[in-house]
Design a binder for this molecule. Structure first.
Ligand code: SF4
Length: 106
C-alpha cells in the first residue's frame, strides 16, 4: 500500500488536497521510475466522466509509451476494486475488458 496525494482546485478557487491509499505494483514502488505516481492529478481523477476527459486522456497518453504497460495491464485488469488509470485503462475500461474476457471464455 502506498499513499499518494492528489491536489487540485475546486470551482471557485478553493484548493483541494486528497490523500488516497492505493495498491501499487511492485515495479513502481522503489522508486517510481515512470513518474506516474507523481501525477496523481492525472491518474486519479475524481471520477471518470467527460468532466475529467482531458486529464484522463493525458494519463492515457503517458501510458502509451510506457515500457511496462503490458505488465501493468495484466496487474490491473483482474482487480475489480482498483481505482485510477493504469495501463491507459480507467475502471470502466477494465470492467469492459473483464466482461469481454468472461464472454470469450464462455
Ligand atoms: S502503464 Fe501507465 S500506469 Fe502503468 S506503470 Fe506505465 S505509466 Fe504507470
Amino acid at each position: 500500500m502506498t499513499q499518494a496525494v492528489a491536489a487540485g482546485t475546486l470551482v471557485g478557487g478553493t484548493p483541494l488536497q486528497v490523500r488516497v491509499e492505493v495498491d501499487v505494483p511492485p515495479w513502481l514502488q522503489h522508486p517510481d521510475p515512470l513518474g506516474c505516481l507523481a501525477r496523481q492529478d492525472l491518474f486519479f481523477p475524481p471520477d471518470y466522466t467527460q468532466h475529467y476527459r482531458d486529464r484522463i486522456e493525458a494519463a492515457k497518453a503517458l501510458c502509451a509509451d510506457c515500457p511496462v504497460r503490458d505488465l501493468c495491464l495484466a496487474w490491473a485488469v483482474p482487480q475489480a476494486d482498483l481505482e485510477g488509470i493504469w495501463a491507459a485503462t480507467t475502471p470502466p475500461d477494465r470492467r469492459r475488458l473483464r466482461r469481454a474476457a468472461r464472454e470469450a471464455a464462455a
